[in-house]
Design a protein around this ligand. Structure first.
Ligand code: CP
Ligand code: NVA
Length: 301
């Protein structure tokens, strides 16, 4: 098992499936009210450089439910003191570090200089906790074996897509990025996933081709945190990639709609799709709690 949870690319298939199994177990225990104090007496530092609803609430709530304690630090890493010094300080006090950063390198530095496990709560490069929660939801709706499923990720080839690609490199799944020209995924991530993945991993600018045969249609905001200045230009470029009822009709009849949230309703997704019968966005959001509890309980002993 990995000692830090920075990227799904660093996990084995067994690591991912073990965490997903524990996430299901912890979800059942939480729903049944069964005690599961796996972090009894442990303290976790949470560093947030960016806003958050889901990640922040689910980590803090999950740590509490597991019997631990969380300390929130809203700061910009590297400004007041070096990232290695932050890591070496926290390491003397806490049992784990959860961090949402702009720079992925800062997460890697935290992991390098702290012996305590470091968990990625989103960086500009990837969002692995999100994809654990998403695949937990996808498995609940479509069955545990995802190998015959096609996920069409419509929009920006961003941090969330990168974690989908990392996942598909390890756990068989067909994944297609459907994006405008100029907004493709990092070629290193796509190349790695295509080389390692047992499923088919592709990229297209053609919406109809990308959606054909899709069992799940996933989207994310067009401008991620830190890209606010590009938002107006992106609104224009991404307009043909809005997930609306006409686009959902290009996918399989019972295709699920997925979104990591927050959603910009009327931009990347319409109300009709987001609130439609095939939308599982709030199951995904709920699972952030269970999946992250599984990550923490696995890493922090
Ligand atoms: N999906 C997600 O990470 O949401 P927040 O930005 O609200 O944490
Ligand atoms: N791609 C988005 C995901 C938010 C959960 C961002 O980085 O802002």
């Amino acid at each position: 098992m990995v000692s830090d949870f920075i990227s799904l690319a660093e996990c084995s298939q067994d690591d991912i499936l073990e965490i997903l199994a524990l996430a299901d177990d912890l979800k059942a225990k939480q729903h049944a009210g069964t005690p599961h104090k796996m972090l009894d007496g442990k303290t976790i530092a949470m560093i947030f450089e960016k806003p958050s609803l889901r990640t922040r609430v689910t980590f803090q709530t999950g740590i509490f439910q597991l019997g631990g304690f969380s300390v929130m630090i809203e700061t910009r890493l590297g400004e007041r003191e070096t990232v290695p010094d932050v890591a070496r300080n926290l390491d003397r006090w806490v049992d784990g570090i959860v961090a949402r950063t702009f720079s992925h390198e800062h997460l890697q530095e935290l992991a390098e200089y702290a012996d305590a496990p470091v968990v990625n709560a989103l960086s500009d490069h990837c969002h692995p906790c999100q994809i654990l929660a998403d695949t937990q939801a996808l498995r609940a709706h479509k069955g545990a074996d995802l190998s015959s499923l096609k996920v069409a990720f419509v929009g920006d080839g961003n941090n969330v897509f990168h974690s989908w690609a990392h996942f598909a490199a390890k756990v068989p799944l067909n994944l297609t990025l459907v994006c405008p020209e100029g907004y493709e995924a990092d070629p290193n991530v796509l190349g790695y996933a295509q080389k390692e993945g047992l499923g088919v991993i592709t990229m297209t600018h053609d919406v109809e081709a990308g959606l054909a045969g899709a069992d799940a249609v996933y989207t994310d905001v067009w401008a991620s945190m830190g890209q606010e200045e590009e938002a107006a230009e992106r609104e224009k470029t991404f307009a043909p990639y809005q997930v609306n009822e006409a686009m959902m009709a290009m996918a399989n009849k019972d295709a699920l709609f997925m979104h990591c949230l927050p959603a910009h309703r009327g931009s990347e997704v319409t109300d009709a799709v987001m609130d439609g019968p095939n939308s599982i966005v709030f199951d995904q959001a709920e699972n952030r709690l269970h999946a992250q509890k599984a990550v923490l309980a696995t890493l922090i002993k």
